[in-house]
Design a protein around this ligand. Structure first.
Ligand code: C2E
Ligand code: CA
Ligand code: CA
Length: 698
């Protein structure tokens, strides 16, 4: 049976047959269909196509609402009232959005009105349905677009804000706390710039996958845009758990990625903020996590920080420094200090490194470690760097020709096209030849070893200036640079030198390896941060070409630097030894020189030398043989003598573990200092059980 009213529509201009064919065609198109019910609600007419489609999930005769998934439909905002409500109350309805019971996600918009006979008697409903499935799918897609990031399918910034708001509300109800992490990828921009956006996009996808895996459902992961991600933890607030999650993330994201046959390594820094039963909103919490992120980045990247309230103060202070720095250049508040660099073997002065200093009218002296990063971020480093370069060249012009000047070039300056022109101009203005200028570049400036970097270095070297790789060993993938970029010099970071004379680390083999590598590549080395005679002896032995450190002078003003160029004497002003690196020990032994042999008491020892007490008359420069019960006697030369005591320097570095942890031959008695008396038996405990620093059992 065909719906009577509808077929009547056609009576004005269409024959019944034409109308029927058109309606059939319409129903066949799948765009919509017609329906009609009896007065008892059962279906009087249902499009055959729908009848077939619903055959699996319906028993006929059925009512219209039997075709509809009422739960899903009611969840739909548009259908505040159910289809059965309208039909039962015999009220007309229009565009009611319902979900079909048929398999798949099929949505309909249903319109109907009650029909009455000529006597006004209610005869049921008649109506039509428009298929909404396509429209609904695109709505879902739109919703998806509005709430999720299209590249990674992670929740977007809005959704994450919502998630954090919900978590805050729910945590407050439960009298609990919730947390959020903000992550920023280290070196992502570089990957994007170097390998292009396709690789960058793929990297972001891989990062998202690793993040989701690391979080393993414990929180919601979102992407805020660019290389910034956020995680919301609705019910995790414990510092230990959050720290362990952050560590996992950092570890996971810093594993290499293989993308379009490029092996890429990046890192991430994380800021963490936890709600604190206070009134901080989602926006506040994100700001706090951002401040913590900033602190993590400032602490050297690849790490995480928790928010702490003093970070507000730091952020304000940073802002203030940035503003003050703008004026400092004009007001002449900057000056340069010059630190001597000397030849390791001869102690001759070979050059100075120019180091910028800022005397702030209120704060006093501000460390470059504080203001350089701010200048880099604000872009002021370009102007400041130009001033440094020009000033250093003008100063160097006053020095003898063989004394060079080294200037630090920040990554921001290095990537500027104008650098070669600036260098040429600074040299020409000062009248200094290019071979006397060294530019110190950190690994950060080179980022990845790309054609662009190589071209920039080639241009600078073409001018005749020298290029040093600064702070070597503190960055990443350093070996790649060394093979492909023709540096003149490698500066071994002071952290290696500082620890080298303390046992229990690998600094000595690392320094040795760097020196060997540099030699193979025809580069020279500078050991930075040499402060003590111990360290001096060590870097000499390891074969570093040059030395820069407090032992040969702290950074000094221009006048003092000039004066230093006029005297050709090397001034060693460091401690004899680094006190922290010595170990107290009292061991009896024998000391021999020039055929004479006497008892000796060892008072303290380091890997490079020892202080001994003996009645044997010793003189500075004497070569001695010290037998303290090790496998071999130690060869040493006397460096100083006073009141029956002498300082001796070993001919070769020794391993303190052999002295402290190896059991000496029976005749060599060790007098254990009082504070260790009780534990004397433990001194010879198995090596792995003894903490070499404290000499106590683990
Ligand atoms: P850097 O380039 O590694 O400079 C060496 C730093 O080590 C200097 O610190 C110097 O005073 C310090 N130093 C040298 N010998 C010793 C030592 O024996 N023991 C110890 N503990 N420290 C020693 P300073 O002057 O505070 O500079 C810190 C950093 O600031 C520099 O590290 C450099 O990265 C940056 N910087 C300084 N001046 C400039 C500049 O003009 N431009 C740029 N871009 N950066 C600069
Ligand atoms: Ca430097
Ligand atoms: Ca350095």
């Amino acid at each position: 049976m065909r719906p009577s009213r509808l077929s009547n529509i056609g009576s004005a201009c269409l024959s019944d047959g034409q109308a029927t064919r058109l309606l059939e065609k319409y129903e066949d198109s799948g765009k919509g269909w017609f329906w009609e019910t009896h007065d008892d609600g059962t279906l009087a007419y249902l499009s055959p196509k729908i009848r077939r489609a619903m055959a699996d999930c319906m028993i006929f005769p059925a009512s219209l609402s039997d075709l509809v998934d009422n739960d899903a439909s009611l969840a739909e905002e548009a259908s505040e009232r159910s289809l059965s409500f309208y039909i039962a109350s015999r009220l007309p309805f229009e565009g009611l959005v319902v979900k079909s019971k048929a398999r798949g996600d099929i949505w309909w918009s249903v319109t109907g009105e009650p029909r009455h006979d000529e006597a006004g008697q209610y005869r049921g409903f008649v109506g039509f349905v428009i298929d909404l499935t396509d429209q609904k799918n695109s709505e879902i897609k739109l919703l998806q677009l509005a709430r999720y990031d299209s590249l990674t399918s992670l929740a977007n910034r809005d959704t994450m804000r919502q998630a954090l708001e919900n978590s805050l509300i729910s945590a407050a109800h439960r009298r609990q706390r919730c947390s959020t992490m903000i992550l920023d990828l280290d070196r992502f921009k570089l990957v994007n710039d170097t390998f292009g956006h396709l690789v960058g996009d793929q990297l972001l996808k891989s990062v998202s996958e690793r993040l989701v895996t690391s979080i393993a459902g414990r929180g919601q992961v979102g992407r805020l845009g660019g290389d910034e991600f956020q995680i919301v933890f609705a019910d995790i607030c414990e510092i230990e758990i959050l720290s362990s999650i952050a560590e996992d993330i950092i570890h996971s994201l810093s594993q290499p990625y293989l993308i379009k046959s490029h092996l890429i390594t990046i890192g991430t820094s994380i800021g963490i903020a936890t709600s604190d039963h206070d009134h901080r909103s989602a926006v506040d919490l994100v700001r706090d996590a951002d401040l913590a992120l900033y602190a993590a980045k400032a602490a050297g990247k690849g790490t995480f920080h928790f928010f702490a309230s003093q970070m507000y103060e730091q952020a304000r202070s940073r802002q203030q420094i940035e503003e003050d720095m703008q004026r400092a250049l004009e007001k002449g508040e900057f000056h340069l200090a010059y630190q001597p660099v000397v030849n390791t073997q001869t102690g001759d002065l070979v050059g100075f490194e120019a180091l910028v200093r800022w005397t702030h009218p209120v704060r006093g002296s501000v460390s470059p470690a504080v203001f350089i990063p701010i200048a880099e971020e604000s872009g002021l480093i370009i102007e400041l760097g130009e001033w440094v370069l020009r000033t250093a060249c003008i100063e160097a012009a006053k020095w003898p020709d063989h004394i060079s000047v080294a200037v630090n070039i920040s990554p921001v300056q290095f990537s500027s096209q104008a650098l070669p022109v600036l260098v040429t101009s600074a040299l020409a203005y000062a009248g200094v030849t290019a071979d006397r200028l060294e530019l110190e570049i950190t690994e950060g400036a080179l980022l990845d070893e790309t054609a662009k970097t190589r071209a920039a270095i080639a241009t600078l070297k073409g001018l005749g200036v020298k290029i040093s790789l600064d702070d070597f060993g503190t960055g990443y993938s350093s070996l790649g640079y060394l093979k492909n970029i023709p540096f003149d010099k490698i500066k071994i970071d002071q952290s290696f030198v500082r620890g080298a004379t303390i046992t229990g680390n690998n600094n000595i083999p690392i320094i040795r390896a760097i020196v060997n590598l540099a030699t193979d590549l025809s580069m020279i080395t500078t050991a930075e941060g040499v402060e003590t005679e111990d360290q001096l002896a060590l870097v000499r032995e390891l074969g570093c070409t040059l030395i820069q450190g407090y032992i040969y002078g702290r950074p000094m003003d221009a006048q003092a630097a000039y004066a230093r160029t006029q005297t050709n004497q090397s001034i060693v002003s460091g401690f004899k030894t680094d006190r922290a690196e010595r170990r107290r020990i009292i061991r009896a032994g024998r000391i021999g020189t020039q055929g004479k042999d006497e008892t000796v008491r060892l008072r303290n020892i380091s890997c490079t030398g020892a202080m001994v007490e003996t009645s044997l008359p010793l003189h500075v420069g004497d070569l001695v043989s010290l037998n303290i019960g090790l496998a071999e006697p130690l060869e040493a030369d006397v460096r100083w003598t006073k009141d029956g005591r002498a300082g001796v320097k070993f001919a070769h570095l020794i391993n303190l573990d052999d002295v402290f942890l190896g059991k000496p031959k029976a005749s060599f008695k060790t007098f254990v200092p009082n504070y260790l008396a009780k534990e004397s038996s433990e001194l010879y405990a198995p090596k792995e059980r003894l903490d070499p620093k404290s000499l106590t059992l683990r």
